[in-house]
Design a protein around this ligand. Structure first.
Ligand code: NA7
Length: 548
């Protein structure tokens, strides 16, 4: 073991820099596991989080209706049978309060809290070439000196909160969904506006519609939605899914999207129209993301297949919506199904039949400003509101890291580099930033087409194994080679460009932010395939990385 990696160092708070082997940013799904793994191998490691407790995404996104779109029994840590079986989900797609409790359970069972500094925001991290270490500074001026810096900040953790002119003048209550208060918000009798119908806006709308005085939903781009069937679990159901632990642990890491299901219905071209319809009906009836992630993979590549699947989903939406105007405003026609995140809904479409809900299309008449009394559209129409909810999404992938002043070799700035072009080496490192490891960063699958826990566990394990490899050999510094990174970017782009996903505007492509580089943020070669490629790199002695 190298001398800089002693595990017995005093890490108490003092004015002197906190000396660590590894600093982890974030105490969500990835950060908790990363902390656990690194501590287990004897490193002095601390995690830091702006939040006052663990949870990451599931700490911040406590808006009404927040819940999994992944089945709870697969959105799990799979490294420990005991941990897995010690927690019982109450339903198939659990809601945020239960998810947050689960992450508290994980933190307690693994005794992680003692090594997490809450209410602590990392403001900057500068690599010191002379020492090969990171000088990290919190927003309160505390300095941390660490050999390794591992970002576990989440793909969707930099919310787009400042969206509209005049926002500060609003006299009512204004919330972004990802900064929702812990205290209950009372909507009774109030005029509430929701901007955005991504996965988040849909959950909010369908949840609060029955509790508000009047709800105005401001819709710019219609969404394909699939129905969620969410049975509650009896003890027998819980036992049944727990009994599958070994099968799940063997299967999930190797599927296309890190879910239990995969594309196993045979080739589209070899089926008759009736057979295709039968498969689509069957996966639609499942009430999950199966129709998207386990029907026909051809829908991602082939315009004709995508057109048919899209029309199938439109038909289902028409049956639900009935009203022609609603169909026109809520059913997508100008992009293909599955080419951006597909949300699950539980009554979202039917919400628009309620007398206290209005749909305001802002496609051709955009929101011009927020005013003291509500919101004004481009044509001057005013909407009076008491509460305004921004379900306007995130600066995905890059935002969490570019909001920190990260500087690598020769003072290079990650924010500036990613401002020009978003490049990473398998989403695990960035050339020019030695000893910085990233999870949920661009160009890995840990974003979009993926069950997050599957991807994040794999990345945390890869990083932990890499650091163990270095420690065993007394190596101090690792950096992704420029050519390796270039090859990965080319490989990533090659697969992405072969899909229809790159043709659609969404946060997947960075197109929800003006001026952001247009590149598919998430690797789309498959979770299993990505894992295999990562394993090949490690088996080859971390080929593609310069280690000294
Ligand atoms: P998303 O999916 O980025 O959705 C944001 C929504 O906000 C979307 O409907 C946007 O419409 C809308 N939006 C953003 N800016 C505006 C303006 N200026 N006017 C009107 N509407 C606007 O974020 P979510 O939080 O729902 O979901 C993010 C991920 O979290 C999700 O994919 C899951 O993986 C979990 P647009 O489509 O841009 O026209």
């Amino acid at each position: 073991m190298s001398s800089v990696m002693s595990s017995s160092r005093d890490v108490g708070i003092s004015t002197a820099p906190l000396q660590l082997d590894a600093a982890v940013i974030g105490a969500g799904v990835a950060g908790l596991y990363q902390l656990y793994l690194l501590r287990k191998q004897g490193l002095t490691v601390k995690a830091f989080d702006t939040a006052s407790d663990v949870g990451g995404t599931w700490y911040w996104n406590r808006y009404p209706g927040a819940r999994f779109d992944s089945e709870g029994y697969i959105y799990q840590y799979l490294f420990s049978e005991e941990l897995y079986k010690g927690w019982s989900w109450s339903e198939k797609f659990p809601a945020q309060p239960e998810i947050e409790r689960w992450l508290h359970y994980v933190a307690d069972r693994l005794d992680l809290r003692k090594d997490i500094r809450f209410n602590t925001t990392i403001a900057s991290a500068h690599f010191d070439e002379a020492t090969g270490r990171w000088r990290i500074e919190t927003d309160q001026g505390q300095v941390i000196d660490a050999r390794f810096l591992i970002t576990c900040c989440g793909m969707l953790s930099a919310p787009l909160t400042e969206m509209f002119q005049g926002q500060d003048t609003f006299e009512g209550d204004l919330f972004h969904t990802a900064r929702w208060p812990k205290e209950p918000v009372d909507f009774a009798g109030k005029r509430v506006g929701v901007i955005g119908i991504g996965a988040t806006g849909i959950q909010v709308v369908q949840t609060i519609a029955s509790t508000v005085g009047h709800l105005s939903v401001f819709v710019r781009t219609p969404q394909y939605v699939l129905p969620m069937k969410n049975p509650t679990y009896t003890p027998a159901d819980q036992e049944a899914y727990k009994a599958k632990f070994h099968d799940l642990a063997a299967r999930i890491p190797h599927t296309f999207a890190g879910f239990e299901y995969d594309f196993e219905n045979g080739a589209w071209a070899e089926k008759t129209p009736e057979e295709r319809r039968e498969v689509l009906e069957q996966v639609w009836q499942d009430g999950s993301l199966k129709l998207w992630l386990a029907s026909f993979a051809e829908m991602f590549f082939d315009d004709a297949v995508n057109a048919e699947v899209s029309e199938f989903v439109r038909g289902k939406m028409r049956e639900e919506l009935k009203d022609p105007t609603l169909c026109e405003l809520l059913i997508p026609t100008d992009y293909g199904f599955g080419t951006h995140r597909v949300p699950l809904e539980r009554g979202f479409l039917r919400t628009f039949h309620r007398p206290n809900v209005s749909l305001v299309s802002v496609k051709d008449n955009p929101i011009a400003a927020i005013t003291p009394k509500g919101l004004r559209l481009a044509d001057g129409t005013e909407h009076a509101l008491d509460v305004l909810i921004l379900a306007t999404g995130f600066d995905a992938g890059t935002g969490a890291l570019t909001r920190i002043d990260i500087r690598g070799r020769e003072g290079r700035s990650l924010k500036e580099e990613w401002g020009r072009d978003i490049r990473t080496a398998m989403g695990l490192q960035v050339h020019g930033y030695p000893n910085l490891f990233t999870t949920a960063a661009p160009l890995a699958p840990s974003a979009a087409l993926c069950n997050m826990t599957t991807c994040l566990q794999q990345q945390a394990e890869w990083i932990s194994n890499c650091i163990a490899y270095m420690r065993e050999r007394g190596l101090q510094v690792i950096e992704a080679d420029q050519q390796f990174q270039d090859r990965w970017v080319d490989h990533h782009d090659g697969i992405a460009e072969a899909t229809l996903v790159t043709k659609t505007n969404s946060w997947y492509m960075g197109s929800n932010i003006e001026g952001k580089t247009r590149r598919l943020l998430s690797y789309i070669g498959g979770v299993g395939a990505y894992r295999q490629k990562c394993d090949e790199v490690s088996a080859g002695g971390y080929s593609g990385f310069i280690i000294r």
